[in-house]
Ligand binder design. Sequence first.
Ligand code: IMP
Length: 503
Amino acid sequence: MAIIIDDISRTFREFLILPGLTRKEHIPGNTSVRTPIQRYSREKGPGICLNVPFTSAAMQAVSGTELAIALSRKGGCSFIYCSQPIEEQAAMVRKVKEHKAGFVDSDSNLPVSATLQDAVDLRRRTGHSTIAITADGGRHSKLVGILTSKDFWEFKDDLSQPIKNYFTPLEKLVLAEEGISLQEATDKLWKHKKECLPIIDKDGRLRSLVFRRDYFDHKSNPDELTDDKKRLFVGAALNTFDYKTRARALVDAGADVLCFDSSDGYSEWQTEAARYLRQEFGEKIILGGGNVVTREGFRYLAQEAKLDFIKVGIGGGSICITREQKGIGRGQASAVLEVADERDKYFKETGIYVPICSDGGLNNDTEIILAMVLGADFVMMGKYFAQTHESPTPKITYKSRVYKPYWGEGSNRARNWARYKEGESGPMLFEEGVDAYVPYSGHLSDKVDISIAKLKATMCNSGANNLKEFHQNTRVTRVSELTIVEGGASTVEQLDRIYTERE
Ligand code: IMP
């Protein structure tokens, strides 16, 4: 007979935070959500940290380069998915590392022979209104001029006209040469009161563009996470099959952190792979893994695989059907509570702190906050990021609402890849994820700002200025079903509901 443990699998919605004493110093401006992503010893204290405790899931529909850039600019970290060929994953990592904040590779380019109609079509496709005119329309070809939406009126000018009658030619542009610093480029824009500064090489070929609006954007991202060479911070996922060649390619491409992507990490596959990678790369790499949902799983990976951080969660993901398919998993709150308890015990016993990440099943900001207070050092999210403008999928409109496609790594759509085949050979016989759509939620930056503002506000309510205090000092209560009803807007009529019913 199986051993039945005396426990009920609980979810985040079953908990509420009790306020602690808020002192005058407990204001969002004084509150830090910086958090470790690397194991550390009691004597040395935390090493590499995230500036915000958010990571994006290693999934095809989530962690592409654009999202990775946007998230690390907010202070978090993406894990570029490994369900793709090694060279393609490494190229994505390289692209993030090569991204020079403020220096934009022009994606809207036309040759001199183009018409205004071509410019309008291109603008619709890219959404960008500054078009570089180059000798042959290539993004790094000889620069000839710049066309912006101010140079013609779409509904007044004859769109069959060639753009050469409209764009600002090279000799009238303010330009800079490759090698200029971002500070110098910004000063030049400011001095000449320009919106855009093209950067060219010594042969006059376009290298990049610097925009005035990006300067303000940069100023509004004080938490940007970078490596010691000021390049954006990025992670990449690994599987336990081709990890030897994959890890080498990812480290060479500049990945700052690697993480095994597996639905069940309590396995000899993962310790074997982790030991190999440590031997190969030493302490040079930050290596995470998982997923586990028990204290035994955590201790095994902390002790035997010596991982830097361990992900917690099986079966809670929004696209996940693992529990239905295989009857395995655990309520995410119970899993985080138990693993966090074991992490703290392990720290007490050994003096080594191994951060944990709550992965999957976070449906809103409240659940993110609860995951953090129940013990997570940081969270990993798929749906949350898949919904944003920066995720790699196209927007789709259905019945006047905007959606983005989102599918599990264990779904048929991503099935050619290894994540769910550990220890097996042959074709995958069943799915563990679904193929779905999620509502579009706008730009990542705005979304993360709101979530972090709420997290900091709750930390202030509970009398905490940092996540350590939030973990240690906060009291949490379990709730009844009726408390959940009481907590919503239940006894008033909300206008949008009345209108929807009338429609
Ligand atoms: P979400 O934030 O609730 O959307 O969950 C994202 C997490 O679900 C990922 O980080 C993975 O741990 C997990 N996941 C990704 N794809 C699958 C799948 O196909 N089946 C089960 N879990 C998945």
